[in-house]
Design a protein around this ligand. Structure first.
Ligand code: DOR
Ligand code: ZN
Ligand code: ZN
Length: 425
């Protein structure tokens, strides 16, 4: 089976090559890239006016499967990913039960093969049941194909136990994906601690709640030598700490979520649970620092923290609502509209942060690039289409987004996984 993608503008973040090229795919691989390809193909996809990029690799997704299927499943989350141009998702382990051993990892991987149109990589928990008491089966999970372990949803507060986990992760050649939040400092906070929280009469979460754990984790990575990836960085000081860690040559990478660069607390118009996520929307100064960090490549990755919840868990006051918003179907347009169109990052940087850098972090050599011999996980993205985000069109079961009604630019035209079209816009 041969598929030809014609007339697109290719962005290859590995070679830094960009320009008008045709791309020929045979079965699951890219076999040719040239200015004009005249070979016969079974299928021809028109990419005129579109960017042809390596499929997005989202390092941070909550699929809620097993156990919380009323929020999302491998199938609905996978379809939402395909619609968002995401061809590989890393599924966080805070499911029911928590994914804390090799068998549970294999179960998700096996079911994903039939249920999900995109690749799913399960991330393992750091402690049993994410209880912070005893280490999970880190070696078993690494053998089962976990590329990273994470306690996402909380931090491992016992630094000694965490350090042991880091050593095991390093020995097993996997990364730590760190959720940075000192839970003893949250004190019932539900949004960023600023005047807006005061005006709404809501308890605040200060920047230091995140920053002290970012600093701790970097120091522990320095001591153990583990590869550390900092999830959903939201503060100015997180950016400074990551910059300092990189200057020291430590194996540290960092991610920013679209909501943290596309919104500030100024956008919170009322006490609505759809504005609640962890870490919270921050102030202008933080958002400017995150954008500057993305531009300067201090911040390596854009990931969604896609966190679907049922309507009744979100359509209420922030004091009651669950933390988290969906992101898979809005990542590309928010990134393009807020960062690329405004000149903060280049289209090539968008491809680096949404695909190439995540592929390097996961150690997926055949992904994150558009070149001969690479796996044909590809997104064809039309940057010209303008529209208003409508949560009712989401394939995800979760409709919990603060971006409903937001005007954006950029739409997925095709998503290909292993050379097959899994979504057509
Ligand atoms: O907002 C969030 N939601 N942050 C997290 O860390 C966890 C996530 C969830 O699982 O819903
Ligand atoms: Zn988290
Ligand atoms: Zn998360």
């Amino acid at each position: 089976m041969k598929t030809l993608i014609q007339n697109g503008y290719v962005l290859d973040p590995e070679s830094k090559r960009e320009g008008k090229y045709d791309v020929l795919i045979e079965d699951e691989k890219i076999i040719k890239m040239a200015e004009q390809i005249t070979d016969d193909a079974d299928k021809v996809l028109d990419a005129s006016g579109c960017y042809v990029m390596p499929g997005f690799i989202d390092l941070h997704v909550h699929l809620r499967d097993p156990g919380l299927e009323y929020k999302e499943t491998l199938e609905t989350g996978g379809k939402a990913a395909a619609r968002g141009g995401v061809t590989t998702i890393c599924a966080m382990p805070n499911t029911k039960p928590v994914v804390d051993n090799g068998e549970k990892v294999l179960d998700v991987h096996n079911r994903a093969k039939t249920d999900s149109p995109v690749h799913v990589i399960q991330i393992g928990a750091i402690t049993i049941g994410q209880q912070g008491q005893e280490l999970a089966d880190i070696e078993g999970m690494a053998k089962a194909g976990c590329h990273a372990i994470s306690e996402d949803g909380k931090s491992v507060m016992n630094a000694s136990l965490y350090r042991q986990a880091m050593k095991l992760a390093k020995d097993n050649e996997i990364s730590i994906f760190a959720h940075c939040e000192d839970i003893t400092m949250v004190e019932g906070g539900v949004m960023h601690a600023d005047e807006k929280a005061q005006a709404l009469g809501l308890k605040g979460i200060t920047n230091a709640v995140e920053d002290v754990i970012v600093a701790r984790d970097i120091l522990l990575a320095k001591e153990t030598g583990v590869r550390l990836h900092l999830c959903h960085c939201s503060t100015e000081d997180s950016v400074k700490l990551v910059e300092a860690a990189k200057k020291e040559g430590l194996p540290v990478t960092a991610e920013v979520c679209p909501h943290h660069f596309a919104m500030t607390t100024d956008d919170i118009t009322e006490d609505d649970g759809n504005f609640k996520m962890n870490p919270p929307l921050r102030g202008k100064r933080d958002v400017e620092a995150l954008k500057a960090g993305l531009k300067a490549d201090i911040m390596d990755v854009i990931a969604t923290d896609h966190a679907p919840h049922a309507a009744e868990e979100k359509n209420c006051s922030m004091t009651k609502a669950a933390f988290g918003i969906v992101g898979l179907e809005t990542m590309a347009s928010l990134t393009y509209t807020e960062l690329v169109e405004t000149g903060v990052i280049t289209p090539m940087q968008m491809a680096e942060k949404t695909s190439y850098n995540p592929a390097r972090i996961l150690g997926l050599d055949e992904k994150g690039a558009i070149a001969e011999g690479k796996i044909a996980d590809i997104v064809v993205f039309d940057p010209t289409v303008e529209y208003v985000i409508d949560k009712n069109t989401f394939y995800s079961k979760g409709k919990n987004t603060p971006f409903h009604g937001r005007k954006v630019k950029g739409e997925i035209r095709y998503t290909l996984v292993d050379g097959n079209v899994v979504y057509e816009g």
